[in-house]
Design a protein around this ligand. Sequence first.
Ligand code: SF4
Ligand code: SF4
Length: 304
Amino acid sequence: MKQLLILSGKGGTGKTTVACAFIRLAKVRAYADCDIDAPNVHLTLAPTAAPSVETFYGMPKARIDPDRCTACGLCRERCRFAAIHSGERSCFVDPFACEGCGVCAFVCPAGAVSLEPDAAGELRLYAGETSAFSTAQLKMGGGTSGKLVTQVKRRLNEAAPKDIPLAILDGSPGIGCPVIASLSGASMALIVTEPSVSGVSDMERIVQAAASFQTPLCVCVNKADTNPVITKQIEQYCSERVLPFLGTIPFDPAAVRAVNRGLTVVDEDCPSGKAVREIYQKTIRLLGLDEPVNQNQHNGGQHV
Ligand code: SF4
Ligand code: SF4
């Protein structure tokens, strides 16, 4: 099963809009939302099956037993994350600052520190006999986001039907841990960028990050007509680095209306939908798959 990852480098470029349209066009039977800070694929491609929910535990959090603590302050001195503070009779831990490294427990002479499991998010898997959709939501302030993305992908791989050629993953925006975790094992990543200075800068950083994984990349530009000069620069950048440039998507109020109604852009007869279809066809060819990738013959086009 090949994995197509959709990335953006920054939020607001239309990455999820493109991902949802691709999932619809491919009638794909395995897909995941790796944007675990703000997952929203489910809003457009509403699963019909009840999810299997699993609590995600990130790094543990330190807890100080006030009855044992002698307030010597050693743990506070050694904590590299300034997560321990002095109270009236004992020290206490700020759970939002604690990274779970365990140094405080190691140095405490009174055995007052314990490391306790911390529920940092929730994994959801919508799996039917013929399809699977994996997603998750990180708790506010939750860490180890890369680990959570890895779990989302693991659950998708385990639940996906074995005979299908393609899974589509909506990646996280940005360049941090969740993106790195998304890139691992991807067959190809499509970067959806926008013609702005920050869009170009973030695209370049994604290209650098993907190079360390040797993930094949391709690029498209959303809202291209809002800045034709920078769009041309992006095309030039791709040409210089031999990155396939798959096309442009125009700014399109019809796309905004479609998304607001819970539809994908390819559900509407509109210029952006037409452009996304063309980019989709080129992407599928680049992946070496036959188009259309009709993987949903068993469930009549319904997802999960
Ligand atoms: S090292 Fe142990 S005894 Fe000392 S302040 Fe920290 S928790 Fe309390
Ligand atoms: S586990 Fe590490 S980060 Fe958390 S309070 Fe202890 S020393 Fe600080």
